[in-house]
Design a protein around this ligand. Structure first.
Ligand code: SF4
Ligand code: SF4
Length: 337
């Protein structure tokens, strides 16, 4: 009798579903994967229920890919369940890895969100707040509503995480590479590794010609036609390639769009958004202020140069507003290097 294949699961918390689409885009390679793993829970491909996961023994799933941020108590609950049932837990995509776009909501309070969504933007004369009541009675029975948490968390803020695959979404080929690293014949990568990506930044993969960076004004790509051969930053576009982990192949600059940072910080950079602010400061052309003497004149000149940068927090912290190492609070597992 042949040995049982290791089990693989994928779970989708608070995200857009793009990571699952990137996974489903493995296409025929999924059939290849079934020669070495059994898919036991995979909402984008199979009909499975929570009770199916609960019925498994603790640690029975060899690998779980967990995508989406932690926005509700239900997400937290699933994170704990999948952690308990899985030998290896992988944060798949920017939301699980670094909070992603959902974590931008941490710039505001929970009360602000509920007010805006249910009062300011909706016709709601009775001022009903559905997320306030955890248990709701309806004619068909009792419904338990997930609690909308005060803050968005990364997966690693809730449970120990073994690896991360970055990207919004991760490139399908990179998911495949990461799966190979985890289910291939070789030793497991070191605990806490970022898989399916490079160590260097996007600029290292970008084919645009780069030289001295001196920017006197920032603008967005719809305001002019950038030279396709030259570095976007040198043309005044706030491309995040310098502060973003490579691995996508420099996809966005290839098509005249700036990198918006979806692969998160490269090796050695802890806070991607702070690093981007530092990049913006370092490329600013100081010639216009060299001979200015008054503080007000200098501030006005710098403000004018930065005027074209709209929503710095949304620009620099779009995918990794939350920071920290992949492995979160956990120590390396004993069976891993
Ligand atoms: S900053 Fe952007 S456009 Fe410039 S080299 Fe880096 S990735 Fe390419
Ligand atoms: S260029 Fe930047 S934003 Fe675009 S896919 Fe690559 S890492 Fe993501």
């Amino acid at each position: 009798m042949s040995a049982a294949k290791p089990k693989l699961a994928i779970y989708w918390a608070s995200g857009c579903g793009g990571c699952e689409i990137a996974f489903a885009n493995l296409g025929e390679r999924l059939l290849e994967a079934t020669e070495v793993v059994d898919f036991v829970f995979c909402p984008c491909l199979l009909d499975g229920k929570r009770k199916d996961v609960e019925a498994l023994a603790d640690g029975e799933i060899a690998i779980t890919l967990f995508d989406g941020a932690i926005r509700t108590d239900e997400n937290e609950d699933w994170a704990r369940l999948m952690r308990r049932k899985s030998g290896i837990l992988v944060a798949l995509g920017a939301c699980a890895h670094g909070g992603g776009i959902p974590a931008l909501s941490n710039l505001h309070t929970r009360a602000d969100h509920l007010h805006n969504i249910y009062f300011a933007q909706a016709e709601n004369p009775e001022r009903t707040l559905p997320c306030q009541t955890h248990v709701v009675q309806v004619p068909e029975g009792t419904l338990e509503m997930p609690v909308f948490l005060e803050r968005v968390k990364r997966l690693a803020d809730v449970v120990p995480v073994d690896y991360a695959i970055p990207g919004c979404p991760p490139e399908t080929d990179q998911i495949w590479n990461a799966l190979h690293a985890l289910i291939g014949a070789g030793p497991l990568p070191p605990h806490g590794s970022v898989l399916g990506a490079g160590a260097a930044n996007v600029c290292a993969e970008c084919t645009r010609k780069s030289s001295d960076k001196r920017v006197s004004a920032f603008r967005r790509v719809w305001e002019f036609e950038p030279d396709p051969a030259l570095c976007l930053v040198e043309q005044g576009v706030a491309c995040m390639g310098m502060v973003t982990r490579g691995g996508c192949g420099g996809l966005c600059p290839q098509v005249q769009m700036p990198c918006i940072g979806c692969y998160g910080p490269p090796e050695g950079v802890y806070d991607q958004s702070a690093k981007m602010v530092s990049v913006l400061g370092s490329v600013l052309d100081i010639d216009p202020i060299r001979n200015l003497r008054s503080k007000t004149a200098i501030n006005d000149s710098v403000d004018a140069s930065l005027d074209g940068l709209v929503d710095i927090a949304g620009l620099a912290g779009k995918f990794h507003l939350l920071r920290g190492p992949v492995g979160g609070p956990s120590a390396p597992r004993k069976d891993q290097p």
